[in-house]
Design a protein around this ligand. Structure first.
Ligand code: SF4
Length: 381
């Protein structure tokens, strides 16, 4: 089965997107980080103008949902006051930069990300979802994050690597952004108009040898909820950050910064007692392997609610990963899961070990029998 239709742009704060429950206003914190004041300010904006739940995306950005159109300007004003706004929608759309969440203290991640931010105007015209990963603190932490050009480290030092190529180009801290721009220009000059991502492009056009000579380190171990030297990592079920819960954590350490990850976790700096919270605090929680998009009524592309089914199935997974998707687009998990439920034709289809647009093993499961049907099917495998 071919993949779903992908929209060519991402919503932003200045260019929100209409959804079933109002406007989605996306916020792209610089370096994927918020001060305590900024995080509290976003909680206020979400609670006052939105649905009181902030979404954490798989690009380490945040979304306020449920914004009424007449409140959008008030949200923009709030973001401006919090220093969370770009000057123009164009600049906002281009600033697709993910930074490694665990960083060394030499500041190289921040330096490179800020240099790239300042030089965004030098990039060629690129597809809306084309993005960059700055991942220079030891073994790559962002290997499974969506990015098209990556700055990483390998045995020979710093490299810039086109996504989809195992090899990158050796660079220095002074040349890294120049070389990243060179690879972006090569992509822009050589791509077909309907190819929007680097890895897909490399499927038909070979990367010039000058960009592909050096290996990267093997990926780092997956980040999991734990207290680390840099701070405490929390998981956010379905990427949801209820503002009441987030406020309580932020209040426990008023000097903390909040660093977002692409894997729907966040790190709060300092030594923190997790206490009573609905966020995921243990590394083996089954919820870490469960994804579900907002479903109906928040998204008009489906009639199915998704997250209640995901919650009900979680205790039955026995270590398997689960994706409940309102439709074949698969927004919440554009990669394989062991069990995938897909809203279709008033019911659900079941895919095993695949993505939401794969051929299902069961079709037309009625919503009220979906839990039993999945448990039965898992019992047979
Ligand atoms: S996958 Fe979910 S959120 Fe995405 S379009 Fe389909 S129903 Fe909407």
């Amino acid at each position: 089965m071919s993949g779903p239709e992908i929209k060519g742009w991402c919503p932003g704060a200045l260019r929100p997107m209409q959804s079933g429950d109002g406007l989605i206003t996306r916020v792209r914190p610089r370096l994927g980080q918020l001060s305590n004041t900024q995080a509290l300010g976003l909680c206020d904006a979400s609670a006052t103008f939105g649905n009181g739940i902030i979404d954490l995306t798989n690009r380490a950005n945040l979304q306020l949902r449920g914004i009424k159109p007449h409140n959008h300007q008030a949200v923009v004003d709030a973001l401006l006051a919090l220093d969370l706004l770009d000057e123009t929608p164009e600049l906002e759309a281009r600033r697709n930069i993910i930074c490694a969440p665990l960083r060394s203290t030499d500041g190289l991640t921040a330096r490179l990300a800020l240099e790239l931010t300042e030089r965004l105007a030098e990039l060629p015209e690129l597809p809306g979802k084309f993005g960059f990963a700055i991942d220079v603190d030891g073994p790559p932490q962002l290997s499974d994050a969506p990015a098209d050009i990556r700055i990483e480290t390998g045995p020979s030092g710093l490299i810039v690597r086109a996504d989809g190529s195992p090899l990158g180009m050796r660079v220095t801290t002074d040349t890294a952004i120049n070389d990243l721009i060179s690879i972006a220009r090569w992509f822009a000059q050589n791509r077909d108009n309907d190819i929007r991502r680097m890895a897909a492009h490399l499927g038909s056009v070979p990367l010039p040898l000058r960009f592909a000579r050096e290996t990267s380190h093997k990926p780092a171990a997956q980040l999991v909820p734990a207290q680390l030297p840099q701070g405490r990592v929390f998981g956010a079920p379905f990427g949801s950050l209820p503002t009441t819960e987030l406020r309580a954590l932020l209040a426990s350490n008023s000097t903390s910064t909040l660093t977002l990850t692409h894997s729907r976790m966040f790190l709060l700096s300092g030594q923190l007692d997790a206490g009573e919270t609905s966020f995921i605090t243990t590394p083996d929680a089954p919820e870490l392997g469960v994804d579900a998009c907002p479903g109906a009524p928040a998204c008009t592309a489906t009639q199915q609610s998704t997250r209640a089914i995901a919650r009900a199935l979680t205790p039955h997974l026995k270590g398997r990963s689960l994706h409940v998707s309102g439709c074949t687009k698969g927004c919440a998990r554009p990669r394989n899961a062991d069990v995938v439920l897909v809203g279709q034709n008033g019911g659900f289809d079941l895919v095993l070990n695949g993505v939401s647009w794969d051929v299902p093993v069961l079709q037309g499961i009625k919503p009220d029998s979906v839990i039993d049907a999945v448990i039965n099917e898992l019992g047979r495998h």
